[in-house]
Ligand binder design. Structure first.
Ligand SMILES: Cc1cc2nc3c(=O)[nH]c(=O)nc-3n(C[C@H](O)[C@H](O)[C@H](O)COP(=O)(O)OP(=O)(O)OC[C@H]3O[C@@H](n4cnc5c(N)ncnc54)[C@H](O)[C@@H]3O)c2cc1C
Ligand code: FES
Length: 262
C-alpha cells in the first residue's frame, strides 16, 4: 500500500456510457475486488474510486461524471497523468460457490465488475454460476454491456429490460431462483432493502458502503458509520456487521462532519 500519491500515466480510456469513462493505468500494484484508490488531481482535490478492472499489470477505474472533480477527470486524455495512492479498504470475500447474485445500482456496478471477473474465472473451474443484476434510471446509463453478457437489466423508465428497481427485480428472481450469496453496491436505500430481502430468504450478503472519504486510511474519522471506519473496516460489510450498524440506511456524515438523515 502506498500513502504518498504516485503519479501514473493514463494508458487507455473507454467510454462505457455517455456519462461514465474508464481510465486505465499501467502499474504492478495488487488489488482485491472491492478495494479502492484515492485519485489526486494536483491543485484540485483527491477522491475515492473503486478498481473496476484488475488485469496483469494494468488496472482501471470507471468514473461517473458528476461534479468538479469527475468533470476534470473526464477531460483527461491518454498520456495525461494523475496521482494514485492505495489500494485501500477491505474488499468482497469471494468464495468459489455456486448460485451467486451480484446486484449493481448505477455506478455501484463499477465496484462489482472486478468481482464478476474474478467469479467468472473461479466459477468456470468449479462450474458454478453467477447472476448479475444491473439497474439504472434509463438505458443510456447502462455500462459494461459488451464486457458482461446475459446481465439482468432493469431501468426505472422501462427503456430496456425489466421496468423497475434492482430490488424489485431481485425480489422477482427470488420467487424462482435460490441464491447462496449476494454481493451488492449502489445507493444505500437499495442496499438496505437488498439486505432485508436476504435476511428474509436466509441468504448471505455483502454490500459496499459509500461514505464521504477524506484520508482513506483510518485517521480522520470522516467516513464513520456507527463506529466503523468505512475506508479501512469496509467499504464492504457483511450482514452480521451491518446488523450492528445503526447508521446503515439511516444517517450519513456530510463533508463538513454534520450527521444528516437519508
Ligand atoms: C469507497 C468509494 C468508492 C467509490 N468508487 C467510485 C467509482 O468507482 N466510480 C465513481 O464514479 N464514483 C465512485 N465513488 C464516488 C466518487 O468518489 C464521487 O462521485 C466523486 O468524489 C465526486 O466528486 P465530484 O467533485 O465530481 O462531485 P461532487 O459534486 O463533489 O460530489 C457529488 C457526490 O459525490 C459524492 N462525493 C463527493 N466527494 C466524495 C468523497 N470524497 N468521498 C465519497 N463520496 C464523495 C457525494 O455523494 C456527492 O454528493 C466512490 C465513493 C466511495 C466512498
Ligand atoms: S476517510 Fe478518514 S478515517 Fe476514513
Amino acid at each position: 500500500m502506498i500513502e504518498q500519491p504516485m503519479m501514473v500515466k493514463i494508458c487507455d480510456i473507454i467510454e462505457e456510457s455517455s456519462t461514465v469513462k474508464t481510465f486505465f493505468f499501467e502499474s504492478n500494484m495488487q488489488f482485491e475486488p472491492g478495494q479502492f484508490v484515492m485519485v489526486w488531481i494536483p491543485l484540485l482535490d483527491e477522491k475515492p474510486f473503486t478498481i473496476s478492472y484488475i488485469q496483469n499489470n494494468i488496472f482501471g477505474i470507471s468514473v461517473l461524471k458528476r461534479g468538479l472533480f469527475t468533470n476534470a477527470l473526464h477531460a483527461k486524455k491518454i498520456g495525461g497523468t494523475i496521482g494514485i495512492r492505495g489500494p485501500y479498504g477491505r474488499g468482497f470475500s469471494l468464495q468459489t460457490n455456486s448460485n451467486l447474485c451480484v446486484i449493481g445500482g448505477g455506478i455501484g456496478m463499477a465496484s462489482l465488475s472486478a468481482v464478476i471477473d474474478r467469479l467468472n474465472l473461479t466459477l468456470k473451474v468449479h462450474q458454478g454460476n453467477v447472476t448479475v443484476i444491473q439497474g439504472t434510471r434509463t438505458s443510456a446509463e447502462i455500462i459494461y454491456q459488451k464486457r458482461f453478457k446475459n446481465m439482468n437489466l432493469c431501468t426505472e423508465d422501462g427503456s430496456v429490460g425489466f421496468k423497475g428497481t434492482t430490488v424489485k427485480l431481485f425480489g422477482e428472481l427470488l420467487k424462482k431462483q435460490r441464491f447462496k450469496q449476494v454481493f451488492a453496491c449502489g445507493p444505500e436505500m437499495m442496499l438496505y432493502k437488498v439486505v432485508e430481502l436476504c435476511r428474509e430468504y436466509c441468504i448471505e450478503c455483502e454490500v459496499s458502503l459509500d461514505r464521504y472519504i477524506k484520508c482513506g486510511f483510518g485517521i480522520c474519522g470522516q467516513c464513520d458509520c456507527s463506529g466503523h471506519r468505512v475506508c479501512i473496516d469496509g467499504p464492504v460489510f457483511n450482514m452480521e456487521e451491518l446488523s450492528r450498524m445503526e447508521d446503515f440506511g439511516k444517517t450519513i456524515m456530510t463533508k463538513t462532519g454534520e450527521r444528516v438523515i437519508y
